[in-house]
Design a protein around this ligand. Structure first.
Ligand SMILES: *Cc1c(COP(=O)(O)O)cnc(C)c1O
Length: 903
């Protein structure tokens, strides 16, 4: 055989035809002579088995000088330490991009060749040295123990794009918060879940449909360290879930000086079903959601206990984490306290931050489902199952689902919304919890959200701030005086910086075929034509956030003709850039994306309305600073806060937004725009169709008459003077109030300090004050119904002799028989009126009575007042018990309205 082939090959190619002929005749002749006998089967021409792979991981063995990079890679401080990202880029730019800016993976994959080259590069070695030293200095600063310690719980954290444990605003807020806690050097520890697949990545197909894909993470390629128990083996946290115990391992993330612990059930100790608890953020059904929340709450507290971490205050970022208080209560009861004692202490040391403005946005669990999981906790807490259920209800004994926000409110003294307006909305939303009080009187407060300046200001802005506001500007970032120095900065300098950031966005879109959905399946020539239309010189307006319908991404498209005329003026072109994910279960949100993509393909909008895929932290950092205007059009008051506008603000991008969330308090005339200055017409209470049309009309008008003309009004050097003045003005007056520094300081002042102080008071001297309060509450509850109203006089309400109402002065006298009740009482006259705008009863003022006599059980109260304003009011008189150690009236919300014939 071999020889024959060789013979054949020996013939030169140009003689191939004749040679083949002679080969064939030779072959036939030879075969005839040899008397060929064919075998029964053909010879197998291939034979191989499957390989047995043994997995080995080889690490680049870094020389001592480069070991310091490992230290840097394992602390998320690299996300906001200046010059660190550029350092990795300098070492190997291609690899840095290949590993999506993941320094741990970067070091794993760094080639021998690059390592050798770096070792030769004296300047680079010095830079590594400096970066490491700066990190060590940062980490070695002793923590400020004068402030109370805080344990923070959240379902998601948006810290870094390589840690896919966030979905959107809530997570980014929590991530920013930990970074600032680190910068402010407060004693904080944080707990969350480590998801195997994280949140989904988004692509948009040619028809505008969202395609969600989830990828499994290899945790060893991330800046995570598995936490060990004392013996060196992985720490295991057991969590009872119904009949079974689920086990979790714990991973630690170093966020600067703050430790974030993440629970992970995807381990061999668990069966398949239990392993999948931490598969996806906000994935799975309601049962899985419950299991995740049990893991976060119960598991989170057990985890801190295993690490011997005790905090002064426990803060739940959204109601998802409210089960922390179930475990804390159960543990205290097991330790010998009564449930009532434990509840006093747990409530006093807990804060609940709500992020949702409507009850439908909260988590509710079916009683049947809950009872399968939580019965044992009721037993451990020493209470009846019905009492357990009451913890998740508005009023005790009420039917219906168990609400995590009600659980939070029933077990936390502190409760707050995330902007001034959202505080008001939350009081309204939660008012049914405390019947007898007006929403305005509730203890639910607010701390407006902020953003972490070193994360969100681009490096260019960061340097600019250092230069103009001072090297230590971060220390003074929430003071207006610090930002006041911007006034004298030359406009050209700011404009040049702005154009640089815009160019970066333009390049990202132009040079990156996966940036838009344009190349997904469409005719490439169509896509190229679209990108040809996309201009670096147009004005860019950005809109990126979660696609929920209340955010009204569609508002802009109410009148397409008018929109086209705004965008296509050749002297003043305007582009819109959209991005954002819709939750995979939110069909309406996905419909919005599809709608926008369809419109973007019309000839008049082609290449001028751009949809960017897969909105995440990395994209946000390119998109937000790169656009000229940041647009937000929610239905008021559905946007609890919103934070992307604050990020825009800090990068010199002007906001145009409905007066909702943070913008309702952030907006300053001349520093951005309010779409519809009369908030009522943009609100939920107004009919949706008219409201949307009206808001759209106002938006178009703003664009036509103010925003676009101002942007294109240039001086002889091409700089839009008025525009840049507006940037300076908004930075000076708005930015200082929306920093994460201001937010954390406010949490300390309004909540952490008072809660920690009060809790200390409660537990000292063997729980003396706790016991006093518990006894007092028992007394009130036992005797409240024995109070009787003997007399109630209100003078001054009648008509005068001339038939006209008097009402100039009101005099009132109340006589009560307090029966067995012997505690303090507050007796009040409440004045209310019907609001002409909303038709609802609203509070005008509360006037306290004076106690003028007390004889035995009989107490007499009097009040005389001159109403400040004339008008038509309603008045009523209420009593409630009072103890000076109560944190607020709602803590023990007994209220009784008096009437003349009954008590
Ligand atoms: C800031 C941010 C958000 C939140 O934006 P909102 O304006 O609050 O909706 C969502 N996703 C990413 C990636 C962000 O950076």
């Amino acid at each position: 055989m071999k020889q024959r082939i060789l013979t054949f090959k020996a013939y030169p190619c140009n003689k191939a035809a004749t040679s083949f002929f002679s080969f064939f005749t030779n072959f036939v002749r030879r075969e005839r002579n040899n008397i060929y006998t064919p075998k029964t089967a053909m010879i197998a021409r291939k034979e191989s088995n499957t390989p047995t792979w043994y997995h080995v991981t080889t690490y680049s063995d870094l020389p001592e000088e480069l070991r310091k990079l490992e230290h840097i890679a394992y602390n998320l401080r690299f996300e906001w330490q200046p010059n660190v990202s550029s350092l990795f880029e300098r070492i190997d730019a291609d690899l840095w991009d290949d590993v999506a800016h993941n320094p741990v993976l970067f070091l794993r994959k760094l080639s021998r060749e690059r390592i050798d080259a770096v070792m030769e590069d004296k300047i680079l070695i010095d830079r590594i040295e400096q970066a490491h030293e700066s990190l060590m200095d940062y980490l070695n600063e002793p923590v400020d123990t004068s402030r109370p310690s805080v344990a923070y719980f959240s379902m998601e954290y948006g810290l870094s794009n390589i840690l896919h444990i966030y979905s959107g605003g809530l997570g980014v807020l929590a991530g920013d918060y930990l970074k600032e806690a680190s910068d402010s050097n407060v004693p904080m520890v944080a707990v969350g879940l480590l998801y195997r697949q994280g949140y989904f990545s988004q692509t948009i197909d040619e028809n505008g449909r969202q395609i969600a894909s989830n990828q499994k993470e290899n945790f060893y390629n991330l800046p995570l360290v598995k936490v060990s128990a004392e013996g060196g083996e992985p720490l295991v946290i057991p969590v009872l879930m119904g009949q079974n115990t689920v086990y979790a391992h714990v991973w630690k993330v170093a966020v600067g000086r703050i430790s974030l612990y993440l629970l992970d059930t995807d381990i061999d100790l668990n069966g398949e079903w239990d392993r999948s608890i931490t598969a996806q953020l906000y994935g799975g059904d309601w049962e899985n959601r419950l299991r995740q929340e049990i893991l976060l709450g119960i598991g989170g507290i057990k985890l801190l206990r295993a690490l011997h971490i005790e905090s002064d205050v426990y803060h739940m970022n959204e109601g998802h984490a409210a089960f922390i208080n179930i475990e804390r209560l159960a543990h205290m009861v097991e330790g010998g306290l009564s449930f009532d004692q434990a509840l006093e202490i747990v409530r006093s040391s807990s804060l609940y931050t709500v992020h949702t403005p409507v009850p439908a946005g909260h988590d509710y669990f079916d009683e049947e489902l809950l009872s399968r999981y939580m019965h044992d906790y009721a037993r451990r807490m020493g209470i009846e199952w019905t009492d357990f259920l009451d913890l998740g209800k508005e009023t005790s004994g009420e039917a219906g689902k168990f609400s995590m926000s009600h659980l939070a409110l029933n077990t936390c003294i502190g409760a707050n919304g995330v902007s001034r307006l959202h505080g008001e909305v939350s009081r309204e939303m939660f008012a049914p919890m405390w019947k007898g009080f007006f929403p305005e009187e509730l203890h639910v407060g607010h701390v407006t959200n902020g953003v972490h300046l070193p994360t969100w200001a681009t490096e260019e802005w960061y340097q600019f701030f250092e230069e103009h506001l001072g090297k230590d500007f971060l220390k003074h970032q929430s003071e207006e005086t610090c930002w006041g120095k911007l006034e004298t900065v030359p406009n050209d300098e700011i404009w040049t910086l702005r154009m640089q950031l815009k160019q970066r966005l333009y390049d990202y879109i132009e040079n990156n075929p996966t940036a838009t959905q344009l190349f997904n399946g469409t005719d490439p020539s169509f896509s190229m034509k679209a990108l040809d239309q996309f201009s670096p010189n147009a004005m860019y307006i950005g809109f990126a956030r979660r696609f929920a319908t209340y955010k009204r991404a569609h508002l802009l498209f109410t009148d397409l003709e008018r929109l086209a005329s705004i965008m296509n003026n050749p002297l003043r072109p305007v582009h819109f850039i959209f991005a954002g994910k819709a939750h995979p279960a939110d069909g309406a949100g996905q419909g919005l994306i599809q709608h926008i993509v369809e419109i973007s393909k019309r000839p008049e909008f082609l290449g001028k309305i751009i949809f960017l895929q897969d909105y995440d932290l990395t994209l946000a950092k390119i998109l937000i600073p790169g656009v000229d205007v940041w647009l937000n059009t929610p239905v008021r008051p559905m946007e609890a806060s919103g934070t992307s506008g604050m990020k825009a603000q800090m990068n010199g991008c002007l906001n145009a937004s409905i007066l909702d969330g943070w913008w309702a308090e952030g907006y300053r005339k001349g520093g951005g725009w309010a779409i519809n200055e009369h908030p009522y017409f943009s609100s939920l209470e107004y009919g949706p169709e008219v409201r949307d049309k009206l808001d759209a009309a106002v938006l178009y008008e703003l664009l036509e008459k103010e925003i676009v003309p101002m942007y294109y009004m240039r001086n002889e050097k091409g700089c839009p003077t008025e525009w840049v003045n507006s940037i300076k003005y908004s930075m000076r007056t708005i930015s200082p109030h929306f920093t994460m520094r201001r937010m954390i300081d406010e949490y300390y002042a309004k909540y952490y300090e008072p809660l920690a102080h009060r809790t200390k008071e409660l537990v000292k001297d063997n729980l003396a004050l706790t016991n006093t309060l518990v006894q007092w509450k028992h007394h009130v509850s036992d005797t409240w119904s024995t109070i009787e109203c003997l007399n109630l006089d209100i003078a001054g309400l009648g008509q005068g002799n001339d038939g006209r109402p008097t009402g100039k002065n009101i005099f009132s006298k109340v006589v009560l028989n307090c029966g067995a009740f012997n505690a303090d009482l507050i007796t009040e006259l409440v004045v209310s009126e019907i609001s002409p705008l909303t038709g609802k009863l609203s509070l005008v003022k509360v006037y306290p009575f004076r106690e003028v006599a007390r004889e035995g059980n009989i107490r007499t109260y009097e009040l005389e007042l001159t109403p400040r304003n004339p008008g038509r009011f309603s008045i009523a008189i209420r009593i409630s018990p009072w103890h000076p150690a109560l944190p607020n009236r709602q803590d023990f919300a007994y209220v009784h309205w008096l009437s003349i014939d009954k008590k």
